[in-house]
Design a protein around this ligand. Structure first.
Ligand SMILES: NC(=O)c1ccc[n+]([C@@H]2O[C@H](COP(=O)([O-])OP(=O)(O)OC[C@H]3O[C@@H](n4cnc5c(N)ncnc54)[C@H](O)[C@@H]3O)[C@@H](O)[C@H]2O)c1
Length: 346
């Protein structure tokens, strides 16, 4: 299949690109190369003759049309987004611009391309989104595909808006779409502003490991390689117009997760004192959702998908990857906002 991937130089997009190339697909990676992008993430895939890169912004309608016309893809996997909740608190405008307007521009370019091609039912616009659009859960219950949308941060509100646009383009224009909403991802190549790489980075440099609030917020963690596999499965086998929730069924409090990473670091790169001694509780994020947990029944039963990593195997592999790739990590230190506490403004 010929697939246009937006945001393929980011964390999840690059995992999709690497896996799609390994599966034998042709890829055009369209990325604006924002602060969160790193072309090293796709270095292995870029050696393939089936890989092409276009430096372009999804908000640029003529660039999107030109790329679609040049590559004639069978599918678009749309991952390009502003993705960091803390940054969305400090500067929501970029999130509205990229995640809402950008998705709208891309949908319109895709619709024109699809109509010119005679509206093939086989074309797919796969919109990749987050479980954060469903808001926060209490102690029990899970997000299903029918859960009401209740976004609480500018990031999740912008992603929720983009989900609604994609749904409307299906209902109104018949664009062949599939949609996915996934829980928190972790794994190699995650930009060092998200929890897990920040913990590893700070621990290794002997700096305080920040935990928001009491560390009792619960997240459902999924390894990025399991997510990438699920996304390609939904692209190929997902039912038209349908959405799929993807989750690892690995609920953990932030504090337990951080303690687990510290214990792995103690094993793999022992310091003078246990890394957990560096844990420091800091002011909570405003609007911090209490608990996310996905019910992945639909993707499991309809598409036979299951995650392959357990938290133990996945976190150990991830920590080892960061230890082995300190050059990758160090190169990102100077990017704006890295190492700073963001998102506390009220
Ligand atoms: N990280 C998670 O845990 C998670 C979980 C569920 C869903 N998602 C969704 O998955 C997608 C990818 O997330 P990620 O963590 O890989 O994000 P990321 O921030 O690591 O990467 C985003 C990529 O999009 C590119 N980009 C940003 N604005 C662009 C624009 N206007 N035009 C073209 N490219 C642009 C960036 O350069 C970057 O390469 C996002 O849509 C996000 O909402 C993320």
């Amino acid at each position: 299949m010929k697939i246009m991937v937006t945001g393929g130089a980011g964390f999840i997009g690059s995992a999709v690109v690497r896996r799609a190339i390994a599966y034998g697909h042709s890829i055009v990676n369209v990325d604006a190369l924002t602060y969160a992008a790193c072309l090293d993430n796709v270095a292995s895939a870029s050696e393939s003759p089936e890989y092409a890169f276009e430096h372009a912004d999804i908000r640029d309608a003529s660039a999107m049309s030109a790329i679609l016309c040049k590559y004639q893809p069978d599918a678009i996997m749309h991952l390009a987004a502003e993705s960091h909740v803390d940054r969305s608190i400090d500067g929501p405008a970029t999130f509205i611009d990229t995640n809402v307007t950008g998705t709208y521009v891309l949908l319109e370019a895709a619709r024109a391309y699809w109509m010119d091609a005679g509206r093939p039912e086989t074309f797919r616009f796969h919109h990749i989104s987050t479980d954060e659009v469903f808001g926060s859960l209490g102690e029990t219950g899970f997000f299903t595909e029918d859960s009401p949308y209740q976004p609480n941060s500018p990031y999740s509100a912008s992603k929720a808006s983009s989900d609604h646009l994609v749904r409307a383009w299906r209902e109104t224009y018949g664009l062949p779409v599939v949609m996915t909403n996934c829980s928190n991802n972790y794994g190699p190549y995650q930009f060092p502003e998200k929890l897990i790489p920040v913990v590893i980075l700070n621990a290794l440099s002997g700096k305080p490991i920040p935990i928001y609030g009491a560390g009792d917020n619960i997240r459902d963690w999924l390894h990025v390689e399991d997510h990438a596999k699920a996304l390609l499965l939904v692209l190929e086998k997902g039912k038209l117009g349908r959405s799929y929730n993807i989750g690892g069924e690995n609920e953990m409090t932030n504090l337990d997760l951080v303690r687990m990473i510290c214990a792995i670091l103690d094993q793999l790169k022992p310091g003078k004192t246990p890394y957990a001694d560096l844990i420091t509780f800091v002011t909570d994020r405003p609007g911090h959702d209490r608990r996310y947990a996905i019910d992945p029944k639909r993707i499991r039963e309809e598409l036979n998908w299951r995650p392959t990593f357990t938290p133990e195997t996945g976190l150990k592999q991830t920590v080892q990857w960061y230890l082995d790739n300190d050059a990758w990590l160090n190169a990102l230190h100077t990017r704006s906002g890295v190492g700073e506490r963001l998102g506390i403004a009220r």
